[in-house]
Design a protein around this ligand. Structure first.
Ligand code: SF4
Length: 235
């Protein structure tokens, strides 16, 4: 039987000790040992990465999984890589972060009413978790959203993988229509709740270099989605 965390601080502690996926445990630890030459003098985190942001967040941002030399190195979501550079610059531009950069877990970055998390907490080879790994990790996100439920009003999902992984986690707290809503950039779906306020679900292309270097996702496009989500969350 799975342990249930009493609060987000406990959940964050529990998730960092998880070893449920043998392939991902082996990969995250190998990357942390071999390292990239540019970071050879640094100690890598090399463990699952917990969510980042306040426990009373009204807005959540859901990505894919930690990057091997980004969050798997620094121990904080989207910290220390190019994807994070784009995301945190946009969060700062719309007033959701106190600074535009995110380089290490001790850099003083704070988020306003926003928590960043992912459906898979360990860096996967080639950024591709298997369906089994995605499903094995689901209960961490499920617990995190349950703990955020009293204040959570909106979620921005970065990319189709996160969208597909998130939808099963949202029920039964919120009602997801059938057929399930499809991921698109700037998608907005409002999910009613049997009890309490609804959830506003937004889609954005992922902040991966594949999208940002090609112009598929521009800073203006990302900021537009974040601004709408901020307003929907009442921030
Ligand atoms: Fe545990 Fe999730 Fe990492 Fe798998 S991906 S080992 S379930 S934290």
């Amino acid at each position: 039987m799975r342990a249930i965390a009493a609060d987000l601080a406990e959940l964050d502690r529990m998730v960092t000790g998880c070893r449920a996926c043998p392939r991902l445990v082996a990969w995250r630890e190998e990357v942390a040992t071999v390292k990239r030459a540019a970071f050879a003098d640094q100690e890598y985190w090399g463990r699952p990465v917990p969510g980042f942001g306040p426990a009373d967040a009204a807005l959540a941002i859901v990505g894919l999984a930690p990057a091997a030399h980004g969050a798997n190195r620094t121990g904080r979501m989207f910290t220390g890589d190019r994807s994070g550079d784009v995301l945190y610059a946009a969060l700062h531009a719309v007033g959701l972060a106190n600074q535009p950069t995110s380089v290490s877990a001790s850099d003083g970055l704070r988020l306003h009413g926003t928590r960043i998390t992912a459906p898979v907490r360990c860096a996967p080879p080639a950024n591709k978790p298997t369906p089994l790994e995605r499903d094995t990790c689901r209960h961490w996100l499920s617990q995190e959203l349950a703990l955020l439920r009293p204040t959570l009003r909106a979620i921005v999902v970065l990319g189709a993988f996160g969208w597909q992984a998130l939808l099963p986690v949202l029920t039964p707290t919120w009602q997801v229509p059938t057929p399930r809503p499809r991921f698109t950039h700037a998608a907005l779906v409002t999910l009613p709740a049997p009890e309490g306020p609804p959830l506003h679900l937004f889609g954005s292309y992922h902040v991966s270099q594949q999208n940002t270097f090609t112009g598929r996702l521009t800073p203006a496009m990302l900021e537009a989605v974040l601004l709408e989500a901020k307003e929907a969350a009442g921030l």
